[in-house]
Every structure is written in C-alpha cells, then in structure tokens.
Write a protein that binds this ligand. Sequence first.
Ligand SMILES: [Zn+2]
Length: 507
Amino acid sequence: MKFSEWSYTRPDYSAVKKKISDCKSKMQNAGSYQMFRDAWMDVKKEIEYMVYQEEIIYIRHLCGIDYQYSLGEVEIQNREEPSVYALRDECNRIAAASGYRRELEREFGNRIFAHLDQHRAAESSDSIRLQSEESALKLQYRKLMVKDNRDDEALYQVFRKLIEIRCELADSFGYDSYIDLGYLIQGRQDYGTKEPADFRRNIQKYVTLAVADIKAKGIDYDYPPAIAANPGELISAIAAMFKDLSYETGSYIEEMTQKELYDLETRANKRGNLFTCCMLPYEKLPFIIGNYTGNGMETGYTVHEFGHGFAFYTAARKQPLYELHRSSPAVNEIHSKTMEHFMFPYLKMFVGEHKKEYIRNHLMQQLENLAYRCAIDEFEHLMYDRNMSRVQLCELWADISNRYTPWNRISPEDIHQGKCWPRQTHIVESPFYYIQYDIAQISTYEFYLKMKSNYEQAWSDYMRLCSEGGSKSYQELLETAHLSNPFIGSAVEDICHPIVDELYSLL
Ligand SMILES: [Zn+2]
C-alpha cells in the first residue's frame, strides 16, 4: 500500500500509559526470565506502535499536508509524549537493576541499556513540564521558519526562551550547565568536550585555511543544473543507481518506490529547503522528505537521505530492537554521506556533462561546511548563558564565525542591532547534534579514499557498518568498518589532505 493511503489514528495516550504500567507490574512480579523479558518487550512494542502512528502524521505535517490538522496532532504529541517516555524509562531502569539484566544483555547485546539516559533517573514533574515547554518552543520556531517574511524579533524571543528553559532543565537535573545535559541527550559516551575542542582546532588549522585560499581565487562554484525535470524523474534516476549499486540497495529501492515512501515536491506550508529521512518503526521503513527544484546539488541531498533510509532499512532487518536500528548521528551521517560518494560513478545520470563541476562543488561545499559546523559547535558550547545580552550573543557569534569562516563577513550593524545569532535550526531542534556531521565527514572521506583504492573493500565495510546499526559503541563501529578515530593523532590532517589536493586539481 502507498504511504498516502496509510491510515492514522491518534495514539490513545492514556491507554498506552495504562498498558505500560501493566507491563511494569508484570516485570516487578515476574517469576521467570521469560515472563520478565516478554513484559519488557511489550513496553517496546507499545512505544513502537505509538511512534509509528505519530510519525505518519509528523511526516504529513513536515510536508504541509492537511497542515492545520497535522499541526494540531503534533502539538498533542508534544504534550503527551514526555510522560509516556518517563514511564518507559522507569521500566528500563527496573530492567537494568534487575537480576535478569545479564540474560537480557546476552539475548539483545550490551548496548540495550547504554541509551538509558542517566539524567532521567532524576525525572521530576518539573523536568517533564520543562521538556513539554521546550517542545512547544521548537514547534513555534518551526512555524516562524516556514513564514516567507521571517520575523527576526519573534525568532529571537523564541531563541532566548529556549536558552532559559534549557538552563532551567539542566538545573532541575542538577547539572552545572546545559552542556552536560546536552551531551547526555545526544548519547555521547565515547568522548567528552575535550575531543571536539581539539577537533575544531584541527579543522581551523587544515580546512579553514585551504577554503579561504580557494575562495580568494574567486572561482565561481555555482551549482550545476540537474537532468531530472521533476521529482518523478529524480526518483527514477535514484532507483536506477540503487539497483545497479548492489542487490541490497536494489531490494530497498524497490520497496521504497512501490510504497511511494518519499515526498520531494515543493508546496505551501511544507518546510522549505528541508531534506530529511523519517523512520517508521513497526513497518521498519523510512520516509524521505525533500524539496526538489531542479538544482544539481539537490540530487545529492536526496541521495543522502536515501542513504539514511538504506542504513535504517538494513539494520532494522538485522537488529532485533528498534533502539538498535540507528546509531548516534556521528555514525548515521557516515551512512548517508558515504552514499553521496557511491553516487559519483553515476553522476552522468544526475548532472550529465557537469560531473566535474558537481564533484568540485561537492568537495568545496563539504570542506566549507566542516569549518562552518565547527563554528556552530563552538557557539553551542558558549550560548547557554542566561546573563548574555542580545548584542553580546551576536558579538559572540560574529567573533566565532570570523575565526572559522572568515569568508562570511558579518556586518557591524547586524551585530549592533542584535540580528546575527546563527539561524541554524539544529541548535533549536537538536542541541550539540551539528558537529557530528563533521566527525562523520572525516570517516566519509576515509570511505571515499578507500573507494578509489579498493572499491570492493569499501562496499563491504560500508554494508557491515549499516547492518550493525546502533548495536555497538561509536569506537566499536569505527573498528567494525575499519575506520580511523577522527579524534586521534593526525587523522583530520591525514584524511583531509588528499581531499584538498583533489579539490585543487579540479579548480
Ligand atoms: Zn543526514
């Protein structure tokens, strides 16, 4: 059945909570591993089905379909979800503390409690209220971003309130700053604040300089036009590529096209410039959202999202639990970004004669993004300060931006008028997420270099990484895929050098 024909029923949140509570008492009174495990699994099934229903309407909301209705439903989700998740986490804590933990880990792997956010141990009615308020602010920000005439003042007010709420949230959990909480929410266990700080320094040293030099040459790197005249033609080209690439990508794209699990049209109320991949648990299928306007680079953004979808689809068929179908963003972005490089041999289908131009732009854009994202990351580490005035916040951003991306000049008037805090939606939607694209970029380049020296090996490493989903830690996954650790030694320099060289050769 096509996605557009799937039915949506608002989850009955009190019934969901009632069922989870029942499971909880079954777990507490279980007389055997089997009984305990089944009740624990039933909690997961309840959540999966709830998320599945929510995702259907969330996708319609993002796509601007039945906009008023879907918006209302998403608002209800935001209100109801935190208390459901609090209950789920209670069950997980019971499992983690129980005598059956060992057996569960033996059956499902040792990552099953890794996502059990420590901070939720201190879950209180206060923090649940704050999380609901945070969700409401995100939604408000999203609404302001879809408007044609952006209202700077209103955006700033939401941004400011978010800083307040998140600082309060950190207080409610007993953390010194929101950074600690933000890291936990991102599920970072393999590195702290020091590693990203070193990483940013390396990017500034090896990437900012090269990009600034190339920019100074004044080369025009406008995006090449795409061959596909409309979303339908783009899907046909992607399907041809995926079918040729491997048996696995072929089966995946077959199901995606049969069920029309994508929406690449532009329309009123659809979030502009958005390219994303939503995951539908229960059906174990992804849904791709994009805004295709015929620009060559957008073909790559779309393939990127289909790459996320492929990884999810693959892991969902190998890993038993929904939580393990994806890893942290630092790994998930390797899946999608590497797929953009597997696309290179097929570029003729997407941009015809503009292949060289496309690769040049792609390399240039990614290197530039490396620097820009480090700027955002540094900003995120300093913005959660309630005492900073609006102008100070702008001064902070201008200073950071000038260091990492000196080619993006910020005018003194904008600083003075308090207009120049970054509009990067990730800061609002998912704090401390953005840098992970950068970390993943280094591994992606490593995959790209491997494709050139040993294509077969690159593909089998890639498949292994996708299949593992989130069943291993970040470090373990890097090892599984024979990738270097981007934080260690001269990895950034060693990997970026040949990429910068290739870029120079294409100028
Ligand atoms: Zn992505």
